[in-house]
Design a protein around this ligand. Structure first.
Ligand code: HEC
Ligand code: HEC
Length: 620
């Protein structure tokens, strides 16, 4: 099909790349990533997020040895010391799994609180370190006994993780700020931090250069105040100096001006060559690999040194142990490919897992992640730049109609209509976003677009329906705060929530805690809860669609304009005149109880109850 072909091209517009890498024995996995080599270089592991599995390959040659199911949404994989055991963070199931890389068998499964993302081991393999994106912790785990020896606070939503060669410290990156933290591996003390610009966002991985003098990490910049079409998302590689005269400083290298005016989008991972002379960066939005020469003088950090057009949605890159190639994980081709650094040609290519999504969801996901046509003409933005993996980007955008904070897409199929102002009744209406000033894409529908948003667009384009199906496929997360049922405080909060004194449940009603249901546009239920006046740029009515409360434990800031930083604030200072439920009579401890209840949502799977209650689910 034409549409899918135009974005699945694996054209190899290869450029000659200078090799300047000396083979060198690898250490243990020093940087968390979705793909990593064992210490002797003979094995490669990658995690398959959509399939819920880990694949082990032999190297050289890339032959699949095993694919082992590990659970929902695996992320970081790391080889443990010089062993053939590999640890994997199972983000969706809150566990760290240890596999025997030679047999593919699971040796151990360790429960953690929530959202494990990055993992590394110390060099003798006795300890594992793991970032928990929520609630922002770094764990030290005994890799033999599987016990959690320590749990340290490590910033807001930490993801990336790397360990120093002498095992004395760890580097952690915050996902939504790109702040880099240096943390003691002995007592978890934060020893140093490198702040990014306030616009920096979506920083997933960090790599330490050989010698531990510098660290590299990729991220984007979300310019929330930029008018549509003037550019709001930019790709960066940042370098933090750990030693020397400039110790403590960091530099942000714009990746969209590194190779003339060629635009790239959504840098996802990077790696430094063993000799410290090259940085490889993959861009998941434009399917590019950039090889950069590390200059590192006072003025220039990186020079463009060559590039390769990759497959779909590359999310991981590692230099091969012999320094002659790079190995890439093309996530939406379910494929690992080794590209020669001499000529940029693929040397080995292997399917690591079968497409678990089916044809329609895969097409929808490819469209959602790509910054190429037919989604975007200028290639700097994709849906996933603001809705990464269906989560919110933690930002409030200045839209033409007023301030709008990005909503998580979790449970979207149950919470139509969409948008804070309920101005869209189906996801297919995002054809307006694709063709509009923000993305300026060709679009997924033939012909002109009806102005009226109420005009049904579903069923008119296979690709647009696929994008809607993928966007609607995100499930509600289960709250980690209710793993052992509701706490006493949450039970007291539940009573308050359903009481006449607060009236919360009059609008946040039913199994998905919202009275908004898919109906005809004129019948949409909206409420003015006194929040519209807070934003002088608001151009729409002050009545908003009641949002679901399932998952609010992790989705701050709150309200359409993002002006409530915490749930406490939402119930107190942000609720002037009791227009948003009745809360002024609540004591401090009652507010705390109500917050505990909100944080525990959902404490049971809402889907069976939603089905039983006859709520309408919109799958496409
Ligand atoms: C520049 C960042 C950005 C980009 C790019 C973007 N969105 Fe959004 N998205 C937002 C913001 C902000 C909101 C909230 C806007 C509102 O409610 O008026 C939102 C809301 C949504 C919602 C409504 C969720 C709900 O619970 O009601 C959906 C669905 C959605 N976006 C899908 C998409 C799709 C599909 C694309 C790509 C075609 C896309 N978005 C591109 C920022 C973005
Ligand atoms: C009259 C209907 C109504 C009542 C009563 C009500 N809400 Fe809301 N709630 C809304 C609407 C509408 C919004 C969105 C307002 C906005 O974004 O400006 C909202 C937003 C929220 C949010 C923010 C969700 C997010 O994702 O940002 C939370 C949390 C919340 N309400 C909790 C409560 C609690 C707790 C109570 C009881 C004290 C309550 N609400 C009472 C209609 C209501």
């Amino acid at each position: 099909m034409t549409l899918s072909r135009s974005i699945t091209q694996v054209a190899c517009a290869c450029l000659a790349i200078a090799i300047s890498v000396t083979p060198e024995a690898q250490a243990q996995t020093r940087s968390a990533g979705l793909l990593n080599f064992s210490s002797d270089g003979s094995l490669v592991a990658c995690s398959n997020r959509d399939s819920g599995s880990v694949t082990i390959m032999s190297w050289p040659g890339l032959t699949v040895l095993h694919e082992t199911p590990v659970g929902s949404h695996p992320e970081g994989v790391a080889w443990i010391g010089s062993s053939k055991n590999v640890a994997c963070c199972v983000y969706g199931d809150d566990k760290v799994v240890i596999l025997n890389g030679e047999t593919g068998q699971i040796a151990e499964s360790i429960d953690v609180f929530d959202e494990p993302y990055g993992v590394v081991s110390n060099s003798n393999g006795t300890s594992l370190f793991v970032t928990l994106e929520y609630p922002g912790q770094l764990l030290k785990i005994n890799s033999e006994s599987g016990t959690v020896d320590a749990s340290w606070s490590a910033g807001h939503m930490p993801r990336g993780l790397a360990i120093s060669a002498d095992n004395s410290f760890l580097l952690v990156t915050e996902y939504l700020t790109s702040r880099l933290l240096k943390v003691s591996a002995t007592d978890g003390k934060i020893e140093q931090s490198w702040d990014g610009a306030s616009t920096d966002n979506l920083c997933r991985q960090v790599v330490l250069a050989p010698g531990d003098q510098k660290a590299y990490f990729t991220h984007i910049r979300s310019r929330v105040a930029a008018a549509h079409g003037n550019g709001s998302i930019f790709p960066y590689a940042s370098v933090a100096r750990l030693t020397g005269e400039k110790a403590g400083t960091r530099l942000r290298v714009p990746m969209d001006s590194l190779r003339g005016a060629r635009v790239t989008a959504n840098p996802w991972d990077c790696d430094v060559s063993a000799d410290g002379k090259q940085l490889a960066v993959v861009f998941a939005g434009t399917n590019d690999l950039y090889l950069c020469r590390i200059v590192g003088d006072d003025f220039v950090e990186l020079d463009y040194d060559g590039g390769v057009r990759l497959g779909n949605n590359p999310r991981a890159v590692r230099f091969a142990p012999d320094g002659k190639s790079v190995v890439i994980y093309n996530a939406l081709d379910f494929e690992v490919v080794e590209y020669s650094l001499a000529d940029g040609n693929p040397k080995a290519r292997v399917i690591v897992t079968k497409n678990p999504l089916g044809e329609e969801l895969l097409l929808g996901k490819q469209l959602f992640y790509t910054a190429l046509q037919p989604m975007s003409s200028r290639n700097w933005i994709s849906c996933s730049s603001c809705h990464p993996d269906g989560d919110a980007d933690g930002r409030t955008w200045q839209q033409p109609e007023g301030l709008r904070s990005t909503q998580p897409l979790a449970g979207l199929s149950w919470t139509h209509p969409v948008h804070w102002s309920a101005d869209r009744d189906e996801v297919q209406d995002f054809e307006h976003t694709v063709r509009g000033k923000l993305m300026q894409g060709q679009g997924l529908l033939k012909g002109s677009l009806p102005e009226a948003l109420a005009a049904p667009l579903s069923g008119r384009s296979k690709a647009l329906d696929a994008m809607a199906a993928y966007t609607n496929s995100h499930k509600f997360p289960m709250s980690p705060h209710a793993k052992n049922g509701l706490s006493d405080a949450a039970k007291r909060g539940k009573e308050l929530f359903f009481s006449n004194a607060t009236k919360c449940a009059t609008c946040h009603s039913g199994p998905v805690f919202s009275d908004s249901q898919p109906k005809s546009v004129s019948e949409f239920v909206k409420h003015d809860v006194g929040t519209g006046e807070d934003d002088p740029t608001e151009l729409m009515s002050h009545a908003y669609d009641t949002p679901t409360l399932l998952g609010v434990y992790r989705s701050a800031p709150y309200l359409h304009h993002g002006k409530a930083a915490t749930l406490e604030e939402l119930l107190t200072t942000a609720n002037k005149g009791d227009k948003h439920g009745t809360t002024s009579q609540l004591t401090e401890s009652e507010v705390a109880d109500l917050v505990e209840f909100l944080k525990a949502l959902p404490y049971e799977d809402p889907e069976p109850a939603a089905k039983a209650a006859g709520l309408k689910q919109v799958l496409k």
